[in-house]
Design a protein around this ligand. Sequence first.
Ligand SMILES: C[S@@+](CC[C@H](N)C(=O)[O-])C[C@H]1O[C@@H](n2cnc3c(N)ncnc32)[C@H](O)[C@@H]1O
Length: 350
Amino acid sequence: MPTALLDRAAGATLLARRTRPPARAGAPADRGTDGGGHVPVMAGELVSLLGTGAGDTVVDCTFGDGGHARAVAERLGPRGTLIAIDRDPVAQKRFERLADELTCALRFIRSPYAQALAQLGDEGVVADAVYFDLGVSSMQVDTRERGFSYSYDAPLDMRMDPEQELTAREFVANADERQLARVLRDYGEERYATPIARAIVRRRAEAPIETTLQLVEAISAAVPAPVRFAGGHPAKRSFQALRIAVNDELGQLDAALPLAWQLLRDGGVLAAISFHSLEDRRVKRFIGELARGCVCPPELPVCVCGHEPEAQPLTPRPLTPSEDERDANPRAASAKLRAARKIAPAGGRS
Ligand SMILES: C[S@@+](CC[C@H](N)C(=O)[O-])C[C@H]1O[C@@H](n2cnc3c(N)ncnc32)[C@H](O)[C@@H]1O
């Protein structure tokens, strides 16, 4: 058995240094009954952008099923360290399985990634690379009873961390009509946010909305018939919006990006794979601000600010999955990968 230390006080942190030989490459994984597996998106592109190797320290902020982590950790060797973060206990189980197969030092923090990154910063961890693979895993979406999917009838839950208090059911029960409309519009970019919010409020006055199917019915009844029968599922955007709200996904990302950047050594790489424009816009803006040099007003003839860029973008345009990958894994279709390298200021850091 690998030696393992479970430190619950420090946010359920598991440290493991393996003592067994690595498993045969390509050996089939035992997926268990917790939602099948997750196919990592643009894994080759991610590994090559991170450029990490033997002895490096890498932080995976969204461990999931560990597909990216495995590809990255295989290059770190016995002197390297992989720190994995996820708020989902199912991901922690997957990590424990993977820990047996790798030679590097491994550590798991079960916590929202913004809090975990702050903890690592307090500990003085310095990373060669930090990356995010945003959103939900296939294990979460495909586990019916977790209530992420409009395709199955299940309790309206949608929590990535099942110990979190707020569920989608509570959100739908308690948010007022304006809040509901704002979430559907801002997080789902849902054109029919106002009629859907009104329909939810009307429906819940008759009987509580407790299941995914009840919510799908309320949404479907609120959108015009041609929309109901054309294009994607009429509840797709609303489900995305509620999931983002319940899990505070954008708040987490806004808090985490600067914390991840602070952990990096000069020359280290930050990378993020996003699946919708709300995430991608944040990553793009964050890298763009760090990559800016002079911030003087344009009317000044010479630079007086002395501001220097802190980041070198490695993806001036985001990378997207190849056609082959999109064909093989339709869930990859909307992915965008951006990365940036931290650069040392010309005068060195104070
Ligand atoms: C797209 S999946 C990652 C898949 C993973 N890269 C792989 O190859 O299997 C996203 C994972 O991030 C986790 N996650 C999302 N937001 C999080 C947050 N704010 N804090 C911690 N984990 C988060 C989810 O629980 C989920 O397991």
